[in-house]
Design a protein around this ligand. Structure first.
Ligand code: NAG
Ligand code: NAG
Ligand code: NAG
Length: 499
């Protein structure tokens, strides 16, 4: 009992200590919260007012900050004293409730290069005819559904634009034409049904992942004269138009769509294609190497997650396999070049399926070894069975002839005890002497004595006719009743006499 109390006291002490430590830590955090924090990293002066629940900026802050972090507050409009800053380079207003156009004084911030308005309430983005020096603009996670034609006209330095996770159904092709330095555009998770036919001489990276795109127009890339990479993954594209053209495109990501076939003209107008991602599509027929004859710079192809059919076992399997895997390999994961059907080659590589079908004799030494082992095992089994059979013959107590003599002797009623067992054993070995049928078995008397009682019983029994029946089953030995009409019994009796 005393032990229990002290254990309880210990637990209580630990509990109190834990709670107190927690309280101390909480109050530490609280102290930290009051004014915005200022610090310097890499020579840049930071003012961090993020996560403060602010509606406006507090008074008495340092307006010399170069990196102004105001994210995750409650700003509905741009805070009034924001205009007191003069040399901000990075303005992070993500995670607020902003929805109005940029304040005009931002034009005068000639140092401003990054503006983060991610996760706010914008539902439209309009042009106000002003010019900004912004290079990186993050408008992701808003509710933008319409963008004016000249919305980015005043952002001639814009290099990176993120419009992911908005509600954009359509974009005017000219919208980025005058953002003449726009390099990377992110439009993931919108509701575009077509690849937009943007006009841009600067755009190099376009990301259109998870946009519910079903259609690629043959000219969709033509207006982007510098495009290097396009990400069209996780859409609902079923076909790539023949002669989809771009003189610059190097990386084409079409993974996780519903594409089922390629033709010799699919990539024929993409002369600089180097990286092709076609994972997770619905390809079944193994491609022909001719599909890639216009793509001399192709260096990486991703194909995992397609259910290849090797049906037909044409030499194409081998050629395409070699095209994709020969040094330097274009496939990083060779395990992806495997047959899904037909069932006799499931899980085999394209190469193995072809070789095993058409050149089974060229199978690897491995299969020879397997065959040799199998033959060895079979021979072993045969020899063992012969040896066993030989041993059984040697150990058999009486050859058939001796048994016949025994029977004759037995009929005369002058048998030695040991020979009776021989008779009993020999008869069931005869071909005609099948075990009793079920019906016959039902007619038989029940066995209620052990086999050991047999010799004694035989001694007592003087009737020769009954002894033959005895050999039929142990049950008979206990039964003195004759079994009239038993054909099998009669046949056996006759047979023994012959023997
Ligand atoms: C900040 O701007 C407000 C007006 O927006 C002005 O009244 C105030 O004096 C400015 N503060 C400083 C320190 O310049
Ligand atoms: C904008 O802020 C969000 C979250 O605060 C962050 O994930 C994102 O990377 C930022 N964007 C840029 C361009 O820095
Ligand atoms: C698999 O079955 C096809 C018939 O569907 C046959 O042509 C081919 O030779 C078989 N391949 C192997 C490796 O057994």
């Amino acid at each position: 009992m005393g032990f229990d109390v002290s254990t309880l006291a210990l637990y209580l002490w630990v509990l109190v200590a834990t709670v107190r430590a927690g309280v101390i830590r909480l109050s530490d955090e609280h102290e930290d919260e009051m004014p915005c924090r200022t610090y310097t990293v890499n020579g840049l002066q930071y003012l961090d007012c993020s996560y403060r629940g602010l509606n406006d900026l507090p008074a008495g802050i340092d307006y010399d900050a170069q990196v102004l972090l105001l994210s995750n507050n409650n700003f509905i409009t741009f805070p009034t004293s924001l205009k007191n800053f003069t040399r901000v380079e990075v303005l992070d207003l993500s995670g607020n409730h902003l929805s109005r156009p940029l304040p005009s004084y931002l034009q005068e911030w000639t140092t401003l290069s990054t503006l983060n308005l991610s996760n706010n309430n914008y539902d439209t983005w309009v042009s106000d005819g002003q010019r900004y020096t912004i290079k990186r603009l993050d408008l992701s996670k808003n509710k933008i559904n319409s963008i004016e034609d000249d919305a980015f006209k005043g952002m001639s330095r814009l290099h990176f634009l993120d419009l992911s996770e908005n509600r954009i159904y359509d974009l005017p092709p000219q919208v980025f034409a005058e953002a003449e330095n726009l390099d990377s555009l992110y439009l993931c998770r919108n509701y575009l049904s077509d690849v937009p036919r943007f006009q841009s001489h600067s755009m190099r990276v376009l990301t259109l992942s998870s946009c519910q795109i079903t259609n690629i127009d043959v000219n969709s890339l033509a207006g982007m004269t510098s495009l290097l990479e396009i990400d069209l993954s996780i859409n609902q594209i079923e076909t790539i138009p023949d002669n989809l053209a771009s003189n610059t495109l190097q990386e084409l990501d079409l993974s996780f769509n519903s594409i089922s076939s390629l033709s010799d003209r699919t990539f024929s107008s993409l002369p600089h294609l180097a990286v092709l991602d076609l994972r997770g599509n619905e390809f079944r027929d193994v491609w022909s190497t001719s599909h890639f004859s216009s793509n001399p710079f192709l260096r990486e192809v991703r194909v995992k997650g397609n259910r290849w059919s090797c049906e037909g076992f044409s030499v194409n399997l081998l050629l395409t396999y070699e095209f994709l895997t020969k040094e330097p390999p274009k496939i990083t994961d060779q395990g992806s070049l495997i047959c899904y059907s037909p069932s006799n080659v499931t899980q085999l590589s394209w190469q193995q399926a072809y070789i095993r079908t058409w050149h089974p004799n060229e199978a690897t030494t491995e299969s020879y070894t397997t065959i040799a082992v199998m033959i060895g095992i079979i021979i072993g089994i045969v020899i063992t069975s012969f040896v066993c059979r030989g041993l059984v013959m040697i150990n058999r107590p009486d050859p058939p002839r001796a048994a016949a003599e025994t029977t004759v002797l037995n009929l005369n009623g002058t048998i030695p005890e040991s020979r009776v067992d021989s008779v009993v054993m020999r008869v069931p070995l005869r071909e005609e002497d099948l075990p009793p049928s079920y019906d016959e078995a039902l007619l038989m008397p029940r066995l209620n004595s052990s086999f050991h009682s047999l010799p004694d019983f035989v001694d007592e029994d003087e009737e020769p006719a009954r002894q033959y029946r005895r050999s039929r089953s142990i049950g008979d030995l206990m039964e003195s009743r004759p079994r009239a009409g038993d054909r099998r019994s009669v046949r056996r009796t006759v047979e023994i006499h012959i023997t």
